[in-house]
Design a protein around this ligand. Structure first.
Ligand code: GRG
Length: 275
C-alpha cells in the first residue's frame, strides 16, 4: 500500500490554511463550531480520492487542493446538518458530541451554512486564479445541490418504502454524488476524454462506500432501524451487491488503465472495511 502520510499532511494544512484565514474575522463561537466540525477526526476520504485521482493524470496537487478542501467543507456541513434533531437527531459523531450538542442548534445550522458558503468562496477564488477549474467547480456545486446530495437527503428523510432502484438512486445522491465529484474533478479540470468513464467509476465507488457503511452500522447496531439496503434486502444480498459493484469498478479501472493505481488500492480499502 502506498504511503499516504504526506497526502494527509497536505490535506490537513490546506484545510487549516483556508479556515485560519477567517479566524480573526468570524464571530468566535461560529469559528469554534466550524473548526470543531472540520478538525474532528474525519477520514478525509473525499480530498484523498481527489488527490489520488489527480495522480493518475500527473496533475500537481497544488492545482486542485483548494477544490479538495472545498469538497471537505461541503461534506462537513452535510454531517453537521444531518446530525440535527430535525434530521437524524444524533448526539455523537466520530466518538464526540455532535456540533449542536456542543454549540446549540442555531450555531450548528449556521456553522453548516458557513462551511457551505466557504466552499463556494474557495472554489470561486481558485477559479479566478485558474480558469480551467471552472467546470470542475460547477460539477462539485451540482453534486452538493438539488440534483445531488440535497436531493438524496430529501428522499432519505421523507420516504420509507423503496424498491431497489429507488434506494440506489437515493444513495447515488446522498452519498455518491460527492464521492463521484472527488474522483471526477481532476478529469473534468483537464477535459480528459475519459470523463464519462471516471464518472461511472466514481458513482459505483460511492455506492460501495454507502453499502459498506450500511453493513457496518447494521453489524454494530447503530442503524437505528433506518431503511437501508441491509434492512430491505438482508446482509447476504448487500454483500453480493457490493461484490457486483466492485466487479464493475474493476472494469472501469481496466478501461482507464488504472488497475495498478494507488487510487484503486485506496478505494478497495473502502469496501475491505467489512472483512
Ligand atoms: C444535510 C444536505 C444534507 C445531506 C446529508 C452526508 C449525508 C447527507 C448524510 C450522512 C448519512 C451517512 C452517515 C451516510 C453514510 C455515508 C457517509 C456520508 C458517511 C460519512 O462519511 P465519512 O465516513 O465521514 O467519510 P468522516 O467522519 O470520515 O468524515
Amino acid at each position: 500500500m502506498k504511503d499516504l502520510s504526506n497526502y494527509y499532511k497536505t490535506i490537513e494544512s490546506a484545510v487549516q490554511a483556508e479556515l485560519q484565514a477567517y479566524q480573526t474575522i468570524v464571530e468566535p463561537v461560529l469559528y469554534r463550531a466550524m473548526e470543531y466540525a472540520i478538525t474532528g477526526g474525519g477520514k478525509r476520504v473525499r480530498p484523498m480520492l481527489m488527490l489520488l485521482s489527480a495522480d493518475t493524470l500527473n496533475i500537481p496537487h497544488k492545482k486542485i487542493i483548494r477544490l479538495a478542501v472545498a469538497l471537505e467543507c461541503i461534506h462537513t456541513y452535510s454531517l453537521i446538518h444531518d446530525d440535527l434533531p430535525c434530521m437524524d437527531n444524533d448526539d455523537y459523531r466520530r466518538g464526540r458530541p455532535t456540533v449542536h450538542k456542543v454549540f446549540g442548534e442555531a450555531i450548528a445550522v449556521l456553522a453548516g451554512d458557513a462551511l457551505l458558503n466557504l466552499a463556494s468562496e474557495i472554489m470561486l477564488d481558485a477559479c479566478i486564479n485558474n480558469h480551467s477549474l471552472i467546470s470542475a467547480a460547477l460539477f462539485i456545486s451540482r453534486a452538493a445541490g438539488i440534483t445531488g446530495m440535497v436531493c438524496g437527503q430529501a428522499a432519505d428523510i421523507t420516504k420509507n418504502r423503496y424498491d431497489e432502484t429507488e434506494l440506489i438512486k437515493m444513495y447515488t445522491g446522498k452519498t455518491g454524488a460527492l464521492i463521484q465529484a472527488a474522483i471526477a474533478v481532476p478529469y473534468i479540470a483537464e477535459q480528459n476524454e475519459n470523463v464519462p468513464v471516471i464518472k461511472e467509476l466514481g458513482r459505483h465507488i460511492g455506492l460501495v462506500f454507502q453499502l459498506a457503511d450500511d453493513l457496518l452500522d447494521y453489524r454494530d447496531g447503530s442503524d437505528k432501524e433506518k431503511t437501508t439496503y441491509v434492512s430491505l434486502f438482508g446482509e447476504q444480498k448487500t454483500l453480493e451487491k457490493i461484490a457486483s459493484f466492485n466487479t464493475k469498478c474493476n472494469k472501469f479501472y481496466d478501461a482507464l488503465g488504472l488497475s495498478q493505481s494507488a487510487l484503486k488500492e485506496y478505494t478497495e480499502q473502502l469496501s475491505h472495511r467489512l472483512s
